[in-house]
Write a protein that binds this ligand. Structure first.
Ligand code: M6R
Length: 613
């Protein structure tokens, strides 16, 4: 949700800012801009509507020279995407430029007040008020002016500013939106995440909420919310520049789909101790003592992470005997929830920066609940604020449609459910060992599922799929969440109207929609539980002309017979099948979107990391 980058040092800033914006573009891509300064040229701004390529072309025609600057790639909240609404915004007769990620909730009142004092606004954004407030507060010290200005702002922000009067100085702050500083041999960086500068340095320092900073070519300092000044502590991050590239794949989404076998291998290697057939999470030690007193588990998450949590509910209830609920973080945070020290809240998030999930997690921690994060981005706000964390170790996920983080979330939650089952004595050592053996087979099975790519591409190319305006996904049990996730994946990148349903719910209403124009993706893997029921639901749809694309267990000829198309996944215990089912669902969405000519990595209206409400 908007990407911020900044640099001050001995190198030319423009190229470094553009490289950072290229890696941050997944955070927002409706417009982009940079502001660069040098001793000769105070504050020069270039900004363009559209993807980064537009800004790149403008800068090729009119390069900005200077060794300090800030940049921004936008996901519009206030004010439509336009050149005027793109960041950086300027104030004080163009002597100040700012970039902002977040929402200034009281911007109307602030704007009214500034306009009454004669300030002319150039944009419709909430962010522009910050440029004018900083200009008004300025008395020769940019960092101080930023802090003064932000005292008036309500809402969330990561903000960075430059000023013509202080060449080489960047000042800023964070409250509710992420910001990380970077240290390179030739200067200092700032970014919404480490990808902003990973091509130049892997030394990073994450800011806390309430922190403000000042940096120039010679150094960098942080002021905590209570006014204490601290020297930033830089840590080496493990993300590499290559991980943020497509590495030969046409899209990040396809690259990330193919990384899944290795991601699962890493997870199992990290958390399963071979010799003892035991599960160990090194980063939940601070929580371990509390786990035995837990009487209830509540998952909070959004989007795809919420679907992974739903799989977790089935598994945790089954293996640990604990009651489990799964909450949409955006609802949970405003509900009158009943929480206390006997509740374990598990916040699931790829980015660890999703505003709703963070606030839900904070609410839980404040109410005394134990807070566990299942998170991909190390050092993210959720990772740092939770009492314990299980990291997904999946590397950067850049495609807006979540793929490898989803299956990693399911595997991590599966391990956690087994761990809790064993800890509570509900699972025997033998049962745990058996499940670990089944998990060990998963990476190879995912590879097999991936090898069916051509067949899935052929199904996606069928006229019923390519031309559909509506589609449905159905599943039961562990694969009810798979139906929801398959539907989300297809709708977010193909723009087809898709709904996911619990198969048993079809006859309570949705079956009225079934015609021979609507493809129904039906998930029915063989197991001892609900397979027969799902098959009956499929027959009911067929009897009404439904066009069935079935995902089932390899060799299930009877399912194949009642479907127009059949995609098989390797046989595995039903409990683990959502991981394998995810592969054809992801590939199907990917191929349909490609055939429709959509930008699968940067679908319209979306951004990767939703850091605003
Ligand atoms: O970073 P998070 O896992 O917290 O993100 C949650 C959702 O915004 C995310 O899963 C979103 O639904 C994806 N676009 C789905 O592909």
């Amino acid at each position: 949700m908007c990407g911020i980058v900044g640099y001050t040092g001995s190198h030319e800033a423009q190229a470094l800012l553009m490289d950072g914006l290229r890696r941050l573009e997944y955070r927002g891509y409706d417009s982009a801009g940079v502001a660069v300064q040098s001793a000769e040229e105070p504050v020069q701004v270039e900004k363009q509507l559209g993807k980064l390529a537009e800004l790149r072309a403008a800068l090729e025609a009119r390069p900005l020279g200077g060794t300090a600057g800030i940049g921004h790639t936008r996901w519009a909240t206030h004010g439509r995407p336009s050149q005027a609404n793109a960041h950086p915004h300027t104030g004080g007769g163009e002597r100040f430029a700012i970039v902002h990620n977040g929402i200034i909730e009281n911007y109307r009142a602030l704007r009214h007040e500034l306009e009454s004092a004669g300030v002319a606004f150039q944009s419709e954004t909430d962010s522009e008020v910050l440029a004018h407030l900083i200009a008004r507060a300025y008395q020769g010290d940019l960092a101080r002016a930023v802090r003064q200005a932000l005292k008036q702002a309500e809402g969330s922000y990561a903000v960075a500013a430059i000023c013509a009067d202080e060449p080489g100085v960047i000042a800023g702050a964070r409250h509710g939106s992420p910001l990380v500083l970077g240290r390179a041999p030739h200067g200092f960086f700032l970014g919404s995440d480490v990808l902003a500068f990973i091509g130049e340095t892997s030394e990073a320092c994450y800011l806390n909420d309430g922190d403000s900073f000042r940096m120039d070519a010679a150094g960098c300092e942080i002021l905590r919310a209570d006014g204490t000044s601290v020297v930033p502590e830089f840590h080496t991050v493990t993300v590499s520049a290559e991980q943020a590239e497509k590495e030969g794949h046409p899209h990040f989404m396809l690259k990330e789909i193919h990384q899944q076998p290795d991601v699962i291998r890493h997870l199992l290697a990290a958390y399963v101790a071979d010799e003892q057939d035991a599960i160990d999470f090194p980063d939940i030690r601070g929580l371990e003592d509390r786990l035995d007193g837990i009487q209830r588990v509540v998952f909070v998450a959004c989007g795809t992470a919420w679907h992974a949590a739903m799989v977790g509910k089935y598994l945790l209830e089954q293996w640990s005997g604990l009651p489990v609920s799964v909450e949409l973080a955006s609802e949970f945070r405003y509900r009158h929830t009943v929480l206390d020290g006997s509740v374990l809240v598990v916040a699931v998030s790829q980015s660890g920066e999703t505003a709703d999930t963070l606030e839900a997690a904070r609410k839980a921690a404040q109410a005394g609940a134990a807070l566990l994060a299942i998170v991909n981005v190390p050092g993210s706000t959720l990772d740092r604020e939770a009492h314990g964390a299980i990291r997904l170790l999946a590397g950067p996920e850049i495609g807006v449609a979540s793929t490898k983080a989803y299956t990693a979330q399911i595997v991590a939650i599966t391990l956690f459910a087994l761990y809790m089952g064993r800890r509570r004595g509900a699972l025997s050592a033998e049962q745990l060992a058996e499940w670990i053996r089944a998990l060990d087979a998963l990476p190879g099975q995912v590879e097999r599922a991936l090898s069916d790519k051509a067949q899935i591409e052929a199904v996606a190319a069928e006229p019923i799929c390519r031309t559909a305006s509506h589609a449905m996904f159905i599943g039961r049990g562990y694969n009810y969440p798979s139906a929801l996730e398959g539907a989300l994946k297809l709708k977010e990148i193909s723009y087809i109207h898709v709904e996911g349903y619990a198969a048993g719910e079809m006859k309570h209403g949705p079956i009225a929609l079934v015609t021979d124009h609507i493809p129904v993706v039906a998930i029915a893997v063989q197991d001892e539980g609900v397979y027969g029921k799902t098959r009956s639901n499929i027959e009911e749809l067929r009897a009404r002309g439904g066009v069935i694309l079935a995902i089932g267990t390899e060799g299930d000829t009877s399912l194949k017979e009642i479907a127009q198309a059949f995609i098989g996944i390797p046989a595995c215990p039903a409990e683990l099948s959502p991981v394998l089912v995810a592969i054809p669902l992801q590939l199907f969405a990917y191929y349909v979107a490609c055939m429709l000519g959509h930008d699968v990595d940067q679908p319209r209206n979306l951004a990767k990391s939703v850091t605003v409400e």
